[in-house]
Structures are given as structure tokens and as C-alpha cells.
Design a protein around this ligand. Structure first.
Ligand code: PHE
Length: 474
């Protein structure tokens, strides 16, 4: 195939000699081969762009008829029916059908019917006998015409041969080309960049620069992949989606102590609320917007109790709840979501999850950071039991490839009962803690306005190292 430059020279020389090229399909390249129209389009485009305008071209769309492989075979060697006729010897006896099959194979089967229809042959006993002296193989003639002219004068013939899958209609595109306003025989190379040499020689002043193409697409970047931590996150997320969970909005790292602790029935003098454990914000230091009625009920349940509880019996202070902190667990978000759920007119069961960053004021060492990711799941429905929580944990961890779970009673201010989840770590040869779980207390749920029948089971998996430990396993 000719190069773009060869094609451009070809087009320009013909235009120079003849003025126009009515149809490029008749062009013959220097190697005497037909010109590939798609390659030609590239050449024409670059000769006709806005700042060159050496040629003008228009697209010509034509339909031509082309023979299929079988059509070509017939045009070369004759139709099946003609082959049948040719294979029958002249004379009264003809040939046995079985013998014809042996000579012609499939062709015998296909050609016989048509040969009968054309009245070229007749059947005598088990033999086929010629019925005429000579035949005209019209199919072959028609196909030869189509092959050399791209069409046939009788549309019925085209229709018939297409039905027999011997030919088909193709669209061909070619071009008509004429001289453009800046026609010239030589293609001036346009400069792409200002070079050192151009600056030195002063050539940059007169050089013909290629225009910027602001529509050109950039090279798509190859590569790019998820951070290992994001991969684990994605894996968890898929498990949750498979199990019908909805993702909670966790896109805020700063929380009020109210949502992080108070709403979770965590007393204000709890050690976790200490500056040794939690990061407090200096500016702004407090938040003042809370749902008023709910805040009142939280204050009450802490100080004097309610909902069958005696509370903690201390002087609950709003100032403590107002303090802004970096959230210490994603349970702050779960609590906010459950409060919202309680505000709906009608209760409907929900399954929520979240995977995001939390912060704790810890001394940083090889296995501890001051921030890590938590994976949290929450299920709210009437009549849920601890059995549901255990069953659910097993399914969830199995999907992650973690079998062999053990549960140990534990304590959280906001769950009762509570359980720590352990799994046997092959690599470390010991039981490791995977997470913490439990059933949220009525002291947490009822002030929100949830029906006392509604049970909420929840669990949280912590720490960066726990999430990655799985990969260390042999
Ligand atoms: N918030 C707990 C933690 O940070 C995890 C947890 C979540 C426990 C939900 C029980 C229920 O460890």
C-alpha cells in the first residue's frame, strides 16, 4: 500500500495535469494497484485542512454488488446444476444417482433439483439421463456480469442471487477531488516547534507553523491502580452489596462529641473521651446544632435514666457534648443514621454499612497509627436476636475467606450483650481479635424515637493491621 506522502503526490500530479479527479475509485497507484480509499481519505484530509487548503474533496457513496465466496466459485467453475449436467454421460443410460454422488459429493445434492427444474435432466429408474443436448449456465453468466460491472441490469436476478447467498450489496466510498485555493505541487512542511536553530537563524519569523489542534485528544494514560488499602476496601464493599447493604455517608471526619459519644450512651467521664485517647479541635472548638428534643432525651437518659434504665446518675453537661473531635469510630455515623431512621413515619428494616477512616490519639509505632479504617455493619429489624448477629458474622467473614470464628463476651457502653470476634491466624499461630459487636442498648435507641420492638445488631472491624493481616497468611 502506498504511503500518505505517495498518495498526496499522486493526487497533486493528476490535479495539476487534469484539473479534477471526478472519482478516486479509478485511481491507480504507482505500484499498479488499486488505491485504498481509507488511506486516501487520510491523505486528502491533511491536504485540505484549514491552513493548507491545497485540495477540496467531496465524498461519493455508491452501492456495488459483490460476489460471495460461493458466487466467485460458481463464476469460475460453473453452477452446481451445470456440474450435474456435465457429469452425466451422453446417451440413454446416463449415470446412477449414487455414482453421481460419489463424483460430485454435496454438489450432486444441491444441483439435481435445479437441473430437473431447468429440464436439463430426467430420471430413468435409478439413473439420471441428459434431457437436452447442451445447456446455457445462466447463473454463471449472471455472476460473471456482476463481478465485472458491480451490478446487473435485471433487478430480479440480483434479488434472486442474493437470496441464494451468491452475491451481496456493498457500500463503497470514494471521493471527487478538485484544486483548493492554495493548490501547489509541493507540500510545504509546516514547523511544529520553535527550535534553537530557528531562533539563531531568525527563520522563526517567516516559518510556516502548524496550527494548534485544540480538539485533538490526549494520549489516554495507561496504568493506574487501586492502593492496596483501597483494594481491601473495595472487597469489603462488594461483600456488603452482595448481602443487600446500603452504604452510609461517612464523608466527614470531624464530629461532635454528642454523636460520637453521648448519643451512644457513653458517659461524659468515660476515659475514651479523654484528650489522651481522642483528638479535640481547637478552632472551631464546638458545635451548637443538635436536634433539640432528642438532645433533651439523651441528657435525661444519661442523668436520670428512663426506658427501664436507671441511667448513670450524673450531671450531664451540654458543653461536653458540644466539643468537636476527630471521630473515634464510625459508630458516630451509624448513630446519626439510626436517629434519621427513627424520624421516618413508618419503620422499615434497614441494613447499613460504612468503611472509612477514624482517629485515635495513640502513640505511633510499627503496628499502630493515629488513624485507621473501620468497617462497620448495622442491621435494624424487629425481633433480631444475638443468634442473628453470630450467624451473620459467620456468613460475612466466610465471604472474606476467614473461617473459624470465636466470640467472647465484652463490654461497650452502647451495646448489651457485646462480643469481641476472634479468628485463628495461621501465620501468627494464635487467635487474633477481628472486631467488636453487639446489640445496641434501649438507652441508645429509644431516645431516638425507635419503636421498643426494633432491635439493632452491629459490628465494627478495626485497624489497618487487622485488615492487612489476611495477606500475611501462608
Ligand atoms: N465502635 C466499636 C469500636 O470502635 C465497634 C462496634 C461497632 C461495636 C458497633 C459494637 C457495635 O470498636
Amino acid at each position: 500500500m502506498s504511503t500518505t506522502e505517495e498518495l498526496q503526490t499522486l493526487v497533486l500530479t493528476i490535479l495539476d495535469a487534469k484539473g479534477t479527479i471526478p472519482n478516486t475509485k479509478d485511481l491507480v497507484a504507482s505500484d499498479n494497484k488499486e488505491v485504498d480509499q481509507l488511506a486516501l481519505l487520510g491523505a486528502l484530509k491533511s491536504l485540505s485542512i484549514a491552513d493548507k487548503e491545497m485540495v477540496k474533496y467531496e465524498t461519493i457513496e455508491e452501492e456495488i454488488w459483490v460476489l460471495t465466496d460461493e458466487g466467485n466459485e460458481i463464476a469460475d467453475k460453473g453452477s452446481h446444476e451445470a456440474k450435474v449436467f456435465d457429469a452425466i454421460p451422453v446417451g440413454e443410460e446416463g449415470i446412477a444417482i449414487s455414482a453421481l454422488r460419489e463424483i460430485l459429493g454435496e454438489t450432486a445434492k444441491i444441483g439435481q433439483g435445479k437441473a430437473f427444474k431447468n429440464k436439463w435432466v430426467i430420471k430413468r429408474g435409478d439413473n439420471l439421463v441428459r434431457a437436452v443436448d447442451s445447456i446455457i449456465d445462466q447463473t454463471r453468466i449472471d455472476l460473471e456480469v456482476i463481478r465485472s460491472t458491480g451490478t446487473h441490469s435485471d433487478p430480479k436476478v440480483l434479488f434472486e442471487l442474493r437470496k441464494r447467498k451468491l452475491c451481496d450489496k456493498h457500500k463503497v466510498i470514494s471521493y471527487s477531488v478538485s484544486k483548493g485555493p492554495k493548490f501547489s505541487l509541493t507540500i510545504e512542511k509546516q514547523a511544529r516547534d520553535v527550535t534553537f536553530e530557528m531562533l539563531q537563524s531568525g527563520e522563526w519569523k517567516t516559518a510556516n507553523f502548524k496550527k494548534y489542534n485544540f480538539d485533538a485528544l490526549g494520549i489516554p494514560p495507561s496504568g493506574g491502580h487501586l492502593h492496596p488499602l483501597m483494594k481491601v476496601r473495595e472487597e469489603f464493599r462488594q461483600i456488603f452489596f452482595e448481602m443487600g447493604f446500603e452504604e452510609m455517608p461517612t464523608n466527614k471526619f470531624v464530629e461532635s462529641s454528642f454523636w460520637n459519644f453521648d448519643s451512644l450512651f457513653q458517659p461524659q467521664q468515660h476515659p475514651a473521651r479523654d484528650a489522651h485517647d481522642t483528638f479535640f479541635l481547637k478552632d472551631p472548638a464546638i458545635c451548637t446544632q443538635f436536634p433539640t428534643e432528642y438532645l433533651k432525651r439523651v441528657k435525661e437518659v444519661h442523668s436520670i435514666g428512663g426506658y427501664g434504665s436507671t441511667g448513670y446518675g450524673y450531671d450531664w453537661k451540654i458543653e461536653e457534648a458540644q466539643k468537636l473531635i476527630l471521630r473515634t469510630h464510625t459508630t458516630a455515623v451509624s448513630s446519626f443514621m439510626l436517629y434519621n431512621l427513627a424520624q421516618q413515619k413508618e419503620f422499615k428494616p434497614v441494613k447499613y454499612f460504612s468503611i472509612d477512616r477514624v482517629f485515635r490519639n495513640e502513640t505511633v509505632d510499627a503496628t499502630h497509627l493515629a488513624e485507621f479504617h473501620q468497617v462497620e455493619g448495622v442491621i435494624a429489624d424487629k425481633g433480631l436476636t444475638l443468634g442473628d448477629l453470630i450467624g451473620f458474622m459467620n456468613t460475612f467473614f466466610n465471604k472474606m475467606g476467614v473461617k473459624n470464628l470465636r466470640f467472647k463476651p465484652a463490654y461497650n457502653p452502647y451495646t448489651e450483650p457485646s462480643m469481641e470476634i476472634f479468628s485463628y491466624h495461621q501465620g501468627l499461630g494464635k487467635w487474633v481479635e477481628m472486631g467488636n459487636s453487639g446489640m445496641f442498648r434501649p438507652e441508645m435507641l429509644e431516645p431516638m424515637g425507635l419503636d421498643p420492638e426494633v432491635r439493632v445488631i452491629a459490628w465494627g472491624l478495626g485497624t489497618y493491621c487487622q485488615l492487612t493481616q489476611r495477606f500475611d497468611q501462608p
